[in-house]
Design a protein around this ligand. Structure first.
Ligand SMILES: C=Cc1c2[nH]c(c1C)Cc1[nH]c(c(CCC(=O)O)c1C)Cc1[nH]c(c(C)c1CCC(=O)O)Cc1[nH]c(c(C)c1C=C)C2
Length: 497
């Protein structure tokens, strides 16, 4: 039966996207969204900070504490940009630009940053040239020798395994040094977590599939076309993309002129105009049960109300959902994944005349240290002004903005600047602005076996007492990217028609 009332728990991008799509799909249903904070949008946090330049001119810089760039492969986000009329504030970074192509690694014990070859082809072709620096750089050598040997390694996936860690997977195919350096850095740059714990099937399903396509060899698998052409399900409504998809041709990443927060603001503005939507900020759910007599959900709230709904979408972190349930009706696996905490530090510098503070590029990552060495507090650093300088006024050209990502709270700003200077191989001046955001438990680490556990959770939700009327979605279920979250919201309640 179609829902007559829907409760949505959580007002991050997943919950807001669910409200946007469900209110359209079920215009007769009353939708109530509860968000524990007054601020909606979850980890999205875009703010401008004022600044006075040396010549006395006032300006401002955009500082992002959460996601800062989006990738064009998520059609559900492009659809929102089109439907919410945000395309005029799009800022795009072409795939061909140095800001997209140059990603660096910081290898302890070596000088400065090392550029990661942007494609296997460029690595192989540059490796063929006698003048090439790739082979002589520590990264180029590790990468080229691991990739060249991989097709000759036999099929070595242990029999019967359904999943393994990213580190185990890459070690099997490319060797332990490659896995430690590249695998750990990649996982630091997306999950701020340990690649020895992250599920390869949940985080990088294309790697697992390529190994199968290549009958054991990942390199061969990537050279063979994939048989699965589309992931969208047949009965999904087509994405309404307008001309936004066209504008994304050749784009690596994009943002909006006033930051990702604009997407949240536009969603909130639109939802406030919809008569069947009620947004409750600063109100959290304190309990959730299905009343078997009325077949309705009863949700107690921090404002001492009881909200009744025929259907519910939970878009809060899985451990938070666990805390709402009665021990009589538990759900499995809600605490199987730990959450990483990331300290994000926005730094703004005034570049001294003639001094370059960092190479042009996306940023750099720091891999896991080899055994016996202490891990660096810095996971990586984003060079915001390389890719998103258009977020600032044109007369702010000598302003350099970067964002350091740390695995632990920062000891002091001078100490952080010293550490960054050492990694960059450049003496950074004192920052004009330093904003610290301790994002506690912000990214779920999808542990090995995640997909199987989520299948079991779905099975339980289809059975009694939930009968498919409670949907559990969000970063801890379907993936951590903005695209994954918005897509999960778009698909919520698909079986309720
Ligand atoms: C150094 C730490 C981090 C950097 N970004 C994040 C952390 C923890 C968070 C993050 N980055 C990505 C995602 C996925 C979500 C999305 O909406 O796209 C998250 C949660 C994207 C990403 N970042 C890097 C890669 C390879 C990806 C996957 C997609 C893509 O290719 O863009 C690498 C990377 N992250 C950071 C840096 C400095 C860096 C590379 C040099 C910062």
């Amino acid at each position: 039966m179609a829902p007559s009332s829907i409760a949505i728990l959580g007002g991050g991008l997943t919950g807001l996207s669910a409200a946007f799509h469900l209110s359209h799909r079920f215009p007769a249903a009353q939708i109530t969204l509860l968000n524990k904070d007054i601020h909606f949008g979850g980890w999205v946090h875009s703010r401008r900070a004022k600044l006075t330049l040396k010549d006395g001119r006032e300006t401002s810089v955009l500082l992002e504490a959460g996601p800062r760039t989006l990738r064009p492969n998520s059609k559900s986000v492009l659809e929102l940009i089109n439907l919410l009329d945000l395309s005029s504030s799009l800022l795009t970074v072409p795939k061909s630009s140095p800001a997209a192509r140059n990603r660096f690694l910081r290898l302890p014990g070596t000088q400065g940053l090392h550029r990661i070859p942007s494609s296997l082809l460029s690595l192989l072709t540059s490796g063929l040239s006698p003048k090439s620096s790739s082979l002589h750089s520590p990264l180029g050598y590790i990468l080229l020798s691991a990739v060249a040997r991989e097709p000759f390694r036999s099929w070595n996936r242990p029999p019967m395994i359904e999943d393994e860690s990213v580190d185990e997977f890459l070690s099997r195919r490319f060797g332990t040094e490659f896995a430690r350096i590249f695998g750990s850095a990649l996982v630091h740059g997306i999950y701020a977590a340990d690649s020895r714990e992250l599920s390869v099937r949940a985080a990088f399903p294309s790697l697992w599939d390529a190994e199968e396509r290549g009958r054991g060899s990942l390199v061969t698998g990537f050279l063979r076309p994939s048989r699965v052409l589309a992931t969208a399900e047949v009965d999904d409504p087509p994405y309404q993309l307008g001309d936004v998809e066209e504008r994304m041709r050749g784009v690596s990443v994009y943002s909006l002129s006033q930051g990702i927060g604009v997407l949240v603001d536009a969603l909130l503005r639109e939802l406030r105009t919809r008569r069947n939507v009620r947004l409750l900020g600063g109100v959290s759910a304190t309990g959730l049960r299905m009343n078997p007599r009325t077949a309705q959900f009863e949700i107690t709230t921090s404002s001492c109300e009881t909200l009744r709904a025929t259907h519910t979408v939970s878009a809060v972190p899985l451990p938070s959902l666990k805390g709402l349930l009665s021990p009589k009706t538990p759900l499995p696996h809600l605490t199987a994944n730990p959450y990483s905490s990331v300290t994000v530090v926005n730094l703004v510098f005034l570049a001294p005349p003639g001094r370059v503070l960092h190479p042009v590029g996306f940023g750099y990552l720091v891999p896991r240290m080899s055994a016996g060495h202490q891990e660096n507090a810095i996971l990586g650093c984003v060079f915001d002004s390389s890719s998103m300088s258009a977020q600032e006024a044109p007369w702010s050209a000598d302003i350099v903005k970067m964002t350091a990502m740390l695995r632990e709270p920062v000891a002091s700003i001078p100490r952080l600047v010293e550490m960054l200077s050492e990694q960059l191989g450049v003496r950074l001046p004192d920052p004009l602005i330093a904003r610290v955001h301790d994002n506690v438990h912000c990214i779920p680490l999808l542990r090995v076996g995640h997909l199987q556990r989520m299948r079991e959770l779905s099975g339980v939700l289809r059975g009694e007492p939930w009968s498919g009327k409670l949907e559990v979605i969000g970063a801890g279920v379907g993936g951590v990217s903005v695209g994954d979250c918005v897509e999960a919201g778009r698909r919520a309640g698909k079986s309720w028609a």
